[in-house]
Ligand binder design. Structure first.
Ligand code: PXP
Length: 236
């Protein structure tokens, strides 16, 4: 399994003071040095953490795959086609949310998303859909032409250590199996930490995990390099 590191919260900290540090580009370089398989940044509509200039700087100066998380909007499609990241992950976005609270409703917008995916794929960008682990969303995702899904692990993470853990875990396991049968590659992420990540090994064929908040939080105490290496050791 591979580890993609989401560095959005380096930008959150920077923006808290409106200055230049800590610099996301330096975080991306450290992740590259530690052998992360990708650097993920979510360019939100409100630019609350990562900014356009961060994405440009990282795409031009870091050779590790850039995974751009973005909403299904014309503005974001234009940016992706200009920057040409290695991959994009399409996510739902609500202005008031603290973080991405749930998966993209692919089943409910099949035509719109299928149309949105095509020019990105034609430009050589891998497309992933961030979805809840349900049969309906997996089956719809397979019809869009996207090569990947990223299963939202938020419900599993919240249920970890409670009586609902197994139910949430089985949703991930079954969805991953179905997705692979339908020809999709499967990533996962959201809310994963140094403890609950261990069970991801029980899901066959998972390709990459995208993890941000827990790594950046740990980095405050042990440094980013150490935090990434510790997570790599749990993931690989
Ligand atoms: N994957 C996606 C699609 C996300 O939106 C996020 C959060 O931005 C993550 C993974 C990482 O989640 P976390 O920061 O909880 O590790």
């Amino acid at each position: 399994m591979l580890l993609g590191v989401n560095i959005d919260h380096v930008a959150t900290l920077r923006n808290a003071r409106g200055g230049v540090e800590p610099e996301p580009i330096l975080a991306a370089r450290i992740c590259q040095k530690c052998g992360a398989s990708s650097i993920t940044t979510h360019l939100r509509e409100d630019r609350r953490h990562i900014k356009d200039s961060d994405v440009e700087l990282i795409s031009k100066n870091v050779s590790t795959n850039l995974n751009l998380e973005m909403a299904v909007t014309d503005e974001m499609q234009k940016i992706a086609l200009k920057i040409k990241p290695h991959s994009v992950c399409l996510v739902p976005e609500k202005r008031q949310e603290v973080t991405t609270e749930g998966g993209l409703d692919v089943a409910g917008q099949l035509e719109k998303i299928t149309k949105f995916v095509k020019p990105l794929k034609d430009a050589g960008i891998e497309v992933s859909l961030f979805i809840d682990p349900t049969k309906e969303q997996v089956e719809a995702s397979a019809k869009t032409g996207a090569q990947f899904i990223e299963m939202h692990t938020g419900s599993y993470s919240n249920a970890y250590g409670t009586e609902n853990e197994e139910i949430e875990f089985l949703k991930l396991k079954n969805s991953a199996k179905l997705a692979q049968e339908l020809g999709l590659r499967v990533n996962a992420g959201h809310g994963l930490n140094y403890e609950n990540v261990k069970r991801m090994h029980e899901i066959e064929g998972l390709y990459e995990l995208n993890i941000g908040h827990s790594i950046i939080s740990r980095a405050i105490f042990v440094g980013l390099e150490q935090a990434v290496i510790e997570m790599q050791n749990l993931v690989k």
